[in-house]
Design a protein around this ligand. Sequence first.
Ligand SMILES: Cc1cc2nc3c(=O)[nH]c(=O)nc-3n(C[C@H](O)[C@H](O)[C@H](O)COP(=O)(O)OP(=O)(O)OC[C@H]3O[C@@H](n4cnc5c(N)ncnc54)[C@H](O)[C@@H]3O)c2cc1C
Length: 430
Amino acid sequence: MERYDVVVIGAGFAGLTAARDLGAAGRRVLVLEARDRIGGSTWYRPDAMDGAGLEMGGTWIVPQQPHVFAEVERYGIAVRDSELPQRMTWSAGGKVLDTLLPVPPEEYGALEHALRQLLAAGARLDPERPLSEQDLADLDVPIRRWADDAGLTGNARELLISWFCGCANASEDTGSALDIIRWLSSMDNSLWGMVQASVLGYTFTDGTVSLARAILDDSGARLELSSPVSAVRADDTGVVVEHAGGAVRGDRVLVTVPIGVLGDIEFSPGLPADKRAASAENHAGQGQKIWALARNVPEDLSGFGWGTSFDYVGAMHTTERGVVLVCFAPEHDRVDAADLADVQRAVREFAPRAEVLDACTHEWVHDPYSKGTWATFRAGQFARYELALGRPEGRVHFAGSHTARRWRAFIDGAIESGRRGAAEILAADQ
Ligand SMILES: Cc1cc2nc3c(=O)[nH]c(=O)nc-3n(C[C@H](O)[C@H](O)[C@H](O)COP(=O)(O)OP(=O)(O)OC[C@H]3O[C@@H](n4cnc5c(N)ncnc54)[C@H](O)[C@@H]3O)c2cc1C
């Protein structure tokens, strides 16, 4: 049986970064990836729609994300900043508001109260330390409950709930408010920063794959695609990893698969109860990201809505046939991406004259190697699983964006976790 120093399971940003760091330290590394491509929860399709390259998964990065920007600089990867729209569009239940702010003047006080509550909550967090150790259980509640506890009212309440759900890609009854307030504190408690971190940051000019490939090429690791791992069997001398192409031996293993997928791999000895429970519960990021090509919409549309199918619709660029829109919904069954009429109905809640010509998505929620979009915790999961998910079990180590600190559930967090996982393995071998 072939033997490696480390077998890395998963070729997303966590696995590729770990492989690169381990390779740089002289380790022989094998990366086993279930899919026929690298990148995992990021997936750039260069000619997805009208010759336009689209990111089906992770897309935006911001300079406050040190790990991903360090890699961008290291490999000279081209990125570009988003253009600011002329104005924001607000849709209340499908009625586009012709106002600068999302609330009428009689609710300006309620808006100010909501923003104060949000900033006060954000100021309580230290995003560099585990949130489960910071006495924040009152924030680790469903998004809607946090809005009620904070006394939010009127349009400001509806907008904040919808914005949180948009950031969470989760419903207001499942997503943890704390996990979204973390975005704010990670942007140094800047509300504008939080908007940038969601949909107005930098994108990769040649797709996220340009960075993933640069990291892989620098790793010296062997990569096996289309090799889903079915079992990880550890003993005192090493680990046997069984995959579609056979079995290999490693001194150590780094598992980077998403939370919900962990339970599909057979571990021997078995995973402890907390990791098994986390995987069975899965995370709350179970929504949609849909691309649409539309005519009769503003070229710089940036629309936030509440009581709408999509919580955000934004123009990304313009082709000869129309405007390419990125649309998010917090629950998976809100819009049928295969039905252009349904996508058009949902887009018209933001641009009433829109004519949708094409649409495109990836069903991350039904993809067996993801089982969700990004790893927003469900309310209460910080206390139960924040530390458990990244804890090593003997020779089996765990990384993935869901184990990261400051930017968990982001590309930056995936890279942070890969670096931490590699360092942990190197330290254990000394
Ligand atoms: C729709 C969407 C939008 C997003 N938007 C953003 C954004 O704008 N900005 C941002 O920073 N982040 C965004 N994210 C999140 C970001 O993409 C992820 O946090 C990050 O890419 C996760 O990297 P990872 O390496 O931890 O996990 P993954 O990328 O999920 O990698 C895990 C790998 O494990 C593989 N795998 C699974 N099971 C097995 C098995 N049994 N055997 C072998 N391999 C297996 C998978 O195929 C996958 O390649 C988004 C994600 C999605 C889905």
